[in-house]
Design a protein around this ligand. Sequence first.
Ligand SMILES: [Zn+2]
Length: 290
Amino acid sequence: MKTKFFSWILVICISLSSSIAQTENTALVLQEMTWVDVEDYLENNDMVIIPLGSTEQHGPHLPLGTDYYEAFEISKAISQQTGILVAPALFVGYSIYHSGFPGTLSLKPETMEQVLFETAEALIKYGFSKFLFFNYHGGNNIVQDRVIHRINHTTEAVAIAIGVGSELQSSGNGEFDWHAGIKETSIMLYLKPDLVKMERAQKPVISFTPRVEELKSLSEKYAELDPVWKSLLGVPSETKKGGASHELSSNGIWSAYDPKSATKEIGQKNVNQMVERAVKLIKAWKLAEN
Ligand SMILES: [Zn+2]
C-alpha cells in the first residue's frame, strides 16, 4: 500500500514538473542568438529590453555586479513571459560616489549615454523600434533619461523606462533601505544565492552630516523637504556634501536596517512584482499596436 502511495506521489511530481517545464520559455538574449535567430525574431517583433546596472561596491557581502545581475535577471524573466528579446549593453554604470571602496568602476554620464545611444542606433538599423530600458541603479537614471529623450527626439523609435525608479515601478516607499540593505540582499538571495556572502552581512554605521540630519528630521514634519536631503546623498566626495558612499556608511551599505534579516522570499516577492508590472505593460503595448 505504501509503495503504491509513493508511486502515485511520483507520478504527480513528474506531471507537475513537466507542466512547469512546458510553460516556462527560455529567455531570448541577443548574445546567445545567431543572426538568423534575430532575423526570425524581427519578422514579428520590434521590441527590445536593455538592462542597465553597475559594477560597484555593494557592502562586504554582495558582489560588485549586484545591480547588473538584478537588471539582467529580471529582464530575462520578463523575456521568458513575453518573448521579448534582451540586448545587454553595459556592465558598468555611473557610480563615481561609490569609488571609495575598491573594485567600483564608473563611466562618465556622457560616455555611457553615447555607448547606449550608438547601441540603440545599431538596433534601429535592423528594425528594432521599441526600447524598454530596465535600470537597477539610481546613479544611471540621469543617463537613462537622456538616452530615452535622444531616441524619442532624434529617431523614429520609441523608448521608455520600466525599471526601478520608473513610473511603472514606483512603490512610493521612502524608507531608508536603498543600497545593499534588506531589500537588495533579499533579491540577490533569490536571484544569485551563490554570490551572497551572508556571513559578512552586517548593519552599517551611518554617518549623516549635521546638515543632512537636520533636513531629514525636518522632513518628517514637512514632507516637501524630502527631496532636499536626498539630493545631498549619492554625490562625489569632491562636492564636500558628505554624501559619498564611504563618507556615509561604514561598510558601503545604505540602510537603517540589518541585512541579516534578508530572505529569499522577500526577494522573490519583489522580483515577481516588478516582472508582473512589466509583463502587463508589454502585453498592453503589443495589443495597442496590433
Ligand atoms: Zn544596487
